[in-house]
Design a protein around this ligand. Sequence first.
Ligand SMILES: Cc1cc2nc3c(=O)[nH]c(=O)nc-3n(C[C@H](O)[C@H](O)[C@H](O)COP(=O)(O)O)c2cc1C
Length: 193
Amino acid sequence: MAKKKTVVMIVGSLRANSFNRHVAAYLTERLEPHVEVLELDYKQVPIFNQDFEFPAPAAVTAVRQQVQRADALWVVTPEYNHALPGGLKNVFDWLSRSVEPGLPGVPAFLAHKPVLVSGVGGRNATKYARQALSQLLKVLKLKEIVPSVGLSLPPETFITGDYVLPLEQKEALNDQVGELLAALKVVRKGSLR
Ligand SMILES: Cc1cc2nc3c(=O)[nH]c(=O)nc-3n(C[C@H](O)[C@H](O)[C@H](O)COP(=O)(O)O)c2cc1C
């Protein structure tokens, strides 16, 4: 049997009960019958410092290897102060750098790798974070294959801490899942409804 393709989830929040991790879990559930899904562990990645690029810290090498072997990436992120969470931006800053001194441009393993973006947050549905991320993905030559999906948390979520995805939010995410699986040629386009 052919090896399953791999999708690496990158969750922009490190919070244990993160609503974005909840979205990532929903996506994983939808994807897993068809592909392998791994969550990128970047908790130990240090703040980028050009003085300590070579040799790369072990946590950076591990992140690079996971991204390199992924057939696609899926970023699910909150918005912090109308921008990307710092930890997530930091991971992409590391990824943008060559693995050996003196090599020009972003690493070849990023080029044209498919990426999807989703995010759940307050009323603006992570609009600014998703805009910033789209721009960043372009610079890294990653390929955002479909428009990002932004979700607003139902107001009671902030009180209960319990996020139950409404049907219309599930549908928007399901559409992204279908697009990715079709792009990876795992299922035929439109066959997952
Ligand atoms: C430092 C910080 C800044 C925030 N800024 C925004 C913001 O600009 N827009 C927004 O919609 N929510 C903002 N929030 C609220 C987050 O949407 C909310 O905390 C959300 O639950 C974070 O995602 P998570 O549950 O995946 O950790 C902010 C939260 C924090 C901690």
